[in-house]
Write a protein that binds this ligand. Structure first.
Ligand code: MN
Length: 418
């Protein structure tokens, strides 16, 4: 797949995150205006509500883009997603007819002037643990190398039900969580701000079409239900987690915040970047088996920038293809008991770590449980996140002369409110 040329400014630059091949979905507003659904092309946000009202895209009678979330469009399913994408490609490609251009330009806002909002209303948030390197690293720290992977791990995409109420869009500051902390040296816990605040670099699958309670979906059906993907930072308070997690798993350690990138990149845009999950060490039960490649080759990086620093430091580079289970497998597994999955459900992949020290997706791993501080470009050192630190997650799929970007998933940590 090569670049699809567009007549829009900036869209054909090799490093532009939003060429015509991408057409991600978001929600934006401009100063004093109402939010509306949009896409991004070149250096611009393109207002889909205005295009629909102007008769330039046809997606039925209802004004589904004149809203502050994409859920209604997401619920319409693959046929409508394909139709809108096709119409946008016809309007924006370099050979498009000139008569529509003035109307399209009137619906454009420079990216720098658009305030990106939550792109969809999160119905429920489920987080998985499907990165093998991360699971082995965390397991080694807590149980030793021999017992790094729990006996279920190679058979089941392990997950837990998280909170939808605190999923926020990139750019939203995060207040340091407080909770019960108990060091091994003390008999009883204290209540205090977390001292081991961490990131988890993940991808998120956004469910478009719903499934029915009592009826499990296959892996192929699950893939068709996924509207698109975002970058996720599953913030984690390791000290709160260590004390609270037995026997029911993470609770407050994860409930305080989850950040997502502002653009949902469709499966259609990611299609050329499909890759297979790794070879199976243990055969999977048939309901989890895949008929084709369902992961994606997406380069990911994490940057950290303390308040006082002029420059950021890249602290990790990895790739989504490191996952052991795809989002379609996770979604099929989630429905396997008969659990209904709904439009707006968000599925976190699990922390995406690569095989070596420069490709780890959490500070827990980078600092090896806090034992090995790392140094930033401005000379400061870290084990976990300090107040004022800005964490930025980025990702793109690299094509031949173009790339598919997600926009940044960034946030600054504010002091706890005591
Ligand atoms: Mn996580």
């Amino acid at each position: 797949m090569t670049l699809m040329p567009s007549w829009v400014d900036g869209a054909n630059a090799p490093d532009c995150p939003f060429p015509l091949n991408n057409l991600p979905y978001g929600v934006y507003s401009i100063e004093g205006g109402e939010p509306a659904c949009c896409t991004a092309i070149g250096n611009y946000v393109l207002d889909l509500a205005q295009l629909q009202i102007g008769g330039l895209i046809d997606v039925g009678e209802e004004a589904i883009f004149s809203q502050n979330c994409l859920n209604q469009f997401m619920a319409m399913g693959q046929g409508s997603w394909d139709r809108v994408r096709q119409q946008l490609i016809e309007l924006l490609n370099e050979k498009a007819v000139g008569s529509n251009k003035a109307a399209i330009e009137a619906a454009m806002t420079p990216l720098g002037q658009a305030r990106m909002q939550m792109p969809f209303r999160v119905c429920e948030f489920t987080d998985f643990f499907s990165g093998r390197h991360h699971a082995e690293n965390a397991g080694t720290m807590f149980r030793g190398r021999e017992n790094a992977l729990q006996p279920n791990w190679l058979h089941i995409p392990v997950g837990y039900n998280g909170r939808a109420s605190t999923v926020v869009v990139s750019g939203t500051d995060i207040v340091r969580p407080q909770g019960q902390l108990k060091s091994p040296k003390h008999e009883t816990p204290i209540f205090a701000p977390s001292r081991r605040l961490d990131i988890e670099l993940e991808m998120g699958a956004v469910v478009g079409t719903s499934s029915t309670m009592g009826r499990p979906v296959s892996v192929d059906e699950a893939d068709e239900m996924i509207f698109g993907y975002v970058i996720v930072n599953d913030w984690s308070a390791r000290d709160i987690q260590a004390w609270e997690y037995q026997p029911l798993g993470p609770f407050q350690a994860k409930a305080f915040a989850t950040s997502i990138s502002p653009w949902i990149v469709s499966r259609a845009a990611l299609e050329p970047f499909r890759v297979s999950t790794p070879d199976r060490e243990k055969p999977l039960l048939s309901y989890l088996q895949e008929n084709g490649p369902l992961l994606y080759d997406i380069d990911l990086e994490v940057a950290m920038q303390p308040d006082a620093a002029d420059v950021e430091t890249i602290i990790s580079r990895t790739n989504y293809r490191e996952m052991y289970y795809s989002a379609a497998q996770q979604l099929a597994h989630h429905s396997s008991s008969g659990c209904a999955m709904n439009c707006g459900d968000l599925l976190g992949s699990g922390t995406i770590s690569g095989p070596d020290k420069s490709s780890l997706g959490s500070l827990l791993e980078i600092s090896w449980g806090g034992k090995e501080p790392f140094t930033l470009n401005n000379g400061e050192s870290r084990t976990f996140i300090e107040d004022g630190d800005r964490l930025t997650l980025r990702g793109h799929a690299q094509g031949n002369g173009y790339r598919i970007g997600f926009g940044e998933c960034t946030a600054t940590i504010l002091p706890a409110i005591e």
